[in-house]
Design a protein around this ligand. Structure first.
Ligand code: UD1
Length: 422
């Protein structure tokens, strides 16, 4: 298995291009199932999660071609040859559940494995299922699969989520585009990826209002047509690379970056003493004052501070001046990076959903291992700021969500290389 070797070094300078959003692309791709006509996505990221979704869609009968070195995905779902999303694919990626709403809306039937390792327990999909039930679907859980039916087609309804779920909002939104009548989604997620999905669905002929607010109204239509849609910028990749100069010092321009995608995160960087400025090509981040100030962070649904940047922010706080408190409110047990950062000399106390970080002058390189995507990249950031060498193993997590991480960081002067495993 490959690993990544990072050697702590000085300031970073230059520019990093930001890719299209993984999480947007993973919900835009299943939208192809809603129409018999082609859907083309441009600005797609080159990631293993995208390849997993490609395999899943192909297993249902969709044609998916990766063009221009993977930056364009040309999809066509003229006929669905299967309505079953198999465990072997779904277990690799939770976002596979996003094929449920579109298949049900188009053909009134779908069988989807429950996502990997999680029965209806931790990280459940209950909100996805109750939302589709509100549109008239009948659900049965059998042998680890959700069997969904809507023999007479879906019907518009009121969906009232008890709390915000990005994926459940996306499934409901896609399904409602072809449901008869009007659907109202309350306590809808407001993430930029939801707005991007709604933009794409509108380009396909859907009638949607209110995306980007907590109440979305959809007027069902009989059919959707083909479209070409550019995937929105990846705000999590953007935030991750904004933290690289914040941790190491220097000045880096993030091409394609936008303040509106990361307002709450940028406010925290500002409070930490990191300078962020808009440029004609994106955002520029400069850090010239030595150690940053400690800031407290609470993760929340958009427009709050994203949970997907919590691990990376913790890496920055490890060498901040003072004590910071990071509170994780979206996922329980999302501090798996803390023990690894501690191995690098960080001072972190975790109690339930709260981590208290006392900044130290310098971290020390160490062999570390990450158990998820964002945790992996937080260890790379920490390695950039540490003295000596850090080896991050299990990099397949990184390949799920960061394209060309080594060349993007070495392009701004980081000492980082991928080491091939046996
Ligand atoms: C998406 C993102 C993920 C991000 C998360 C929160 C994708 C592919 N992934 O994940 O990177 O960290 O949003 O911003 O877009 N929940 C339930 N029942 C459900 C669904 C969710 O209880 O049916 C809970 C989850 O366990 C979690 C919370 O709701 O505690 C929010 O999860 P959700 O917004 O659904 O996350 P995902 O869509 O899976």
């Amino acid at each position: 298995m490959d690993s990544i070797l990072v050697t702590g070094n000085g300031p970073l300078n230059g520019e990093i291009p930001i890719a299209g959003a993984k999480n947007a692309c993973l919900t835009l791709m299943p939208a192809t199932l809603l129409s018999e006509e082609p859907l083309t996505l441009t600005n797609a990221p080159r990631l293993s999660d995208i390849r997993t979704m490609t395999t899943l869609l192909q297993s249902l009968g969709a044609e998916v071609s990766s063009l221009q070195d993977g930056k364009v995905l040309a999809m066509s779902s003229h006929d669905l040859t299967s309505h079953k999303a198999d465990y072997d694919i779904v277990r690799k990626m939770r976002a596979s559940i996003l094929v449920l709403g579109p298949m049900l809306a188009r053909d009134g039937q779908a069988v989807v494995s429950l996502p990997g390792g999680c029965a209806i327990g931790a990280r459940p999909v209950d909100l996805h299922l109750t939302a589709l039930e509100a549109l008239g679907a009948e659900m049965e859980l059998k042998d680890g699969y959700v069997h969904a039916k809507a023999p007479g087609g879906l019907k518009g309804g009121i969906i009232e989520f008890p709390f915000v779920s990005v994926g459940a909002t996306e499934n409901a939104l896609m399904a409602a585009t072809l449901a008869k009548g009007t659907t109202v989604i309350r306590t809808a997620a407001r993430e930029p990826e939801i707005v991007d999905l709604a933009d794409c669905l509108r380009a396909m002929g859907a009638q949607i209002e209110g995306d980007g607010t907590s109440e979305i109204t959809i007027q069902g239509v009989d059919r959707l047509h083909g479209a070409t849609h550019p995937v929105v910028t990846d705000r999590i990749e953007l935030g991750t690379y904004m933290l690289a100069p914040a941790i190491c010092g220097g000045e880096v321009e993030l091409l394609g970056g936008r303040i509106d995608l990361l307002q709450a995160f940028i406010e925290k960087l500002d409070a930490a003493g990191v300078h962020v400025q808009e440029t004609p090509r994106g955002l520029k981040v400069a850090q010239r004052n030595g150690r940053v100030n400690a800031v407290d962070v609470v993760t929340e649904p958009f427009p709050g501070f994203p949970t997907d940047l919590q691990a990376q922010m913790m890496a920055l706080m490890c060498t901040a001046n003072g004590v910071s408190v990071l509170e994780e409110k979206i996922f329980e047990n999302r501090f798996m990076h803390a023990p690894e950062l501690i191995r690098m000399g960080a001072q972190i106390d975790v109690h339930g959903g709260t981590a208290t970080v006392t900044g130290v002058e310098r971290l020390k390189g160490a062999p570390v291992m990450a158990t998820d995507l964002r945790a992996s990249v937080s260890l790379i950031l920490a390695g950039l700021a540490a003295g000596g060498e850090t080896v991050v193993s299990r990099v397949y997590h990184l390949d799920r969500g960061y394209e060309h991480v080594v060349s993007k960081l070495s392009g701004v002067g980081a000492k980082i290389e991928r080491i091939k495993g046996q």
